[in-house]
Design a protein around this ligand. Sequence first.
Ligand SMILES: Cc1cc2nc3c(=O)[nH]c(=O)nc-3n(C[C@H](O)[C@H](O)[C@H](O)COP(=O)(O)OP(=O)(O)OC[C@H]3O[C@@H](n4cnc5c(N)ncnc54)[C@H](O)[C@@H]3O)c2cc1C
Ligand SMILES: NC(=O)c1ccc[n+]([C@@H]2O[C@H](COP(=O)([O-])OP(=O)(O)OC[C@H]3O[C@@H](n4cnc5c(N)ncnc54)[C@H](OP(=O)(O)O)[C@@H]3O)[C@@H](O)[C@H]2O)c1
Length: 717
Amino acid sequence: MLEVAVIGAGASGLVAARQLIHAGLHPTIFEASNAIGGAWNSKGTGKMWNGLHTNLSKYTCRFSDFPWPDGTSMFPSVDEMHDYLEGYSDKFLTSSPPSCNFQLECKVFNVEQVLTTTAIQNANYKVEWTDLTTQTTHSRDFGGVVVASGFFNTPKWPAFIFVTKNNKQPQLMHSSEYRTNSMFKDKNVAVVGSSFSALEMSANIAKTAASRVVNIAPSIPWVIPRWIPTIQPTLKTTDEYEEEQNISDESTTTSLTILPADLVLYQRTQPYPKVPETTSLTPDDCRKRHEYIQSLVGLKQRNSTLGEPLNTNEPPMVAISDEYLDLLREDKIEVVHGRLVGINDDGTLQIDGNSGDNSTSELNGIDHVICCTGFTPKLHNFLSTDILSSIDYDQDDCFSPMTLACDTLHPSLPNLSFCGMYRGPYMGIMEMQARLAAGVMSGTITLEEEQIQSALKTSQSIRTSIPRAQFPHFDYPGFIDTLSTLCYQNGECPKYNTAVGDMIVPTFYQANDELSQQCKAEIEDEVKNGQDGSRMPKLVLGSILGKWTYDRHIVHLQTRKVEHVYGTVKYSKYWDRSTDEEDEEDEEDELRDELRDVTRYREDGFYELTPNKKFDVFREYEYEVNNDALEIYFVEGGKRALLFLSLKFVPEDNISSSDDGYWIKASSDHLCIKDLYSATFRVKLNGLSASEIIIKYRVVGPSKDYESTTILKPQSS
Ligand SMILES: Cc1cc2nc3c(=O)[nH]c(=O)nc-3n(C[C@H](O)[C@H](O)[C@H](O)COP(=O)(O)OP(=O)(O)OC[C@H]3O[C@@H](n4cnc5c(N)ncnc54)[C@H](O)[C@@H]3O)c2cc1C
Ligand SMILES: NC(=O)c1ccc[n+]([C@@H]2O[C@H](COP(=O)([O-])OP(=O)(O)OC[C@H]3O[C@@H](n4cnc5c(N)ncnc54)[C@H](OP(=O)(O)O)[C@@H]3O)[C@@H](O)[C@H]2O)c1
């Protein structure tokens, strides 16, 4: 049985070991830390902060043959991810008979090829490591090696940062060291970077900060929330479908569908297999991608101080954050466009502007600088120079530092494989790389020379393409399908979701029919839930923030008298503690999860008695999502009072989207003493922003019989 060393016990190392065992090989995992889980090792040396949730749904963040337990969050927390990986390891690696040898607290410092003529199949690579508990070094030959040491492991700092520090300079931290927002509550913080960590961390700090949070953003990404609305074919329940078939031959209808972003972005645009993988984008491709993302986000970002990406001829950058744009709007995050290039002795931050005119700016009074400046490859710490030279390794290339077939294999390095070692690894891809590695090592997969050469060419073209996309394998369908055609040469997988419009998730890339059917049913339920109106209140609250003008007409149905009120409305959001009493323990802990999003409606205007006579009016309400309802509360003396309305959104069939959006509607009845208020709340949505709101009340009571219609339009700034 071939002995294989696996370097790293993160998601990639665990799935590699599982696939090696499945292929009849015997893995030994070396892990520098004292526990498994890698970046998700919430109890040890992980890279995540308290309150972080995955930015891809649980359908993408999973392995094909290990479903999440019931009740898992749609975007799992760090603890959920850690437990998932532990559960995976328990089931596939350590349950009896134990089939994987774990060497925890063992850091590999050398891997080299055994090149003597006497090298036998079971001794192709020498692996050397330090046992960190005893500080002793060890060496052993293995038949194969899988490198799964993680791509987001070693912090990358801005080049200038290693200046002498004095006590006037702000404290520096890398994003990978950040754990909780509680220590920044009263500090002025600069968050450097414009990618995932920078936006999410700015938001995480700003929600509880009493002081400044400044995001120094070198570029402008599209900011996409975890949930996005799209128009999709309406999914009927079986009963509804049968009923419809009996009544008529109606064609497919469409519905507003709110889904996790990954389930929208990774829908097939070509039937399986989408090969070859797309590796470069023409300016026209780039423009189309920008247009598509713009159609998803609407005008929300354009109207923010971040603005939209400027050069649409270049590949779009994306960052996922639910609240970054809302916090910008509430002035809780400031954006400074530019690149941090230095910190003066007096603590002033030097920022190079993006305008191309050599403009620089300065930022004073910053207590902490958090560098969300990415990660750097560190394979040169343990792979021999010969191996590095074979894979054409470039340690300064944080995008794609080596040339490999499918970022997994190299023909000159038999039985050496890489798993998850590229920028932005997804769990489904790690698993396919692991299958390929194990299959090739065990001889169950044979690759033709032409297949290997073509895959190497793809790798080279990714490394040399200019301009570079955000991720080397930005074509997720293309990459996973390519791996699938190599791993399942008999075409056995995927059996499901192979047609245009189908969602691509790891589960379909394995042979167990029951697991695939189960996942298919879960995804169908997600689509139905996305269409039943229950996810709309949150979307609506995110879309209406900002300033509006309003016009209200009140028609008294008995007398036909018409009253007119007009003015401005501001919808603003704040983050409130859910508990009345401050819990001391919470203070030390992450505050994010205990915060409630509350939206304040404030209306200031004039009541027009006659064309020449008017008087000031103002009123306030509070809006909050409660389960699947949008609740509106009265506000008295600045404080929330009684519940006024509980609005439910109703799904509408055949929703048709024009250039400026589509209407959605909610309604509620409320008995206020003896008066019955029937309310309808209509919002015209354009992606994530609203372009018009119409609020109607029909009020009937012993002395009331009127209809009030308020039309809100965005206030031009
Ligand atoms: C802040 C942040 C958020 C992220 N969020 C998401 C997300 O929402 N969804 C998602 O899919 N991905 C996310 N990722 C990507 C994440 O890297 C992957 O999910 C996954 O953790 C990668 O697993 P891995 O095993 O390849 O690497 P890692 O999890 O980094 O594990 C590598 C392991 O190798 C060990 N190791 C390294 N060198 C050696 C050595 N020489 N000897 C012994 N052991 C060694 C390390 O100690 C580590 O335990 C995020 C990453 C970061 C940094
Ligand atoms: N689950 C989550 O919510 C979550 C949160 C955070 C991260 N992640 C994951 O973690 C991975 C890494 O993301 P990341 O954001 O940490 O790293 P990243 O994507 O590599 O981004 C690094 C950022 O730092 C910027 N930068 C570098 N040097 C700079 C300087 N001197 N001044 C200003 N900016 C500078 C880069 O800009 P240039 O490119 O212009 O140099 C880039 O914007 C991603 O895959 C992401 O999905 C997930």
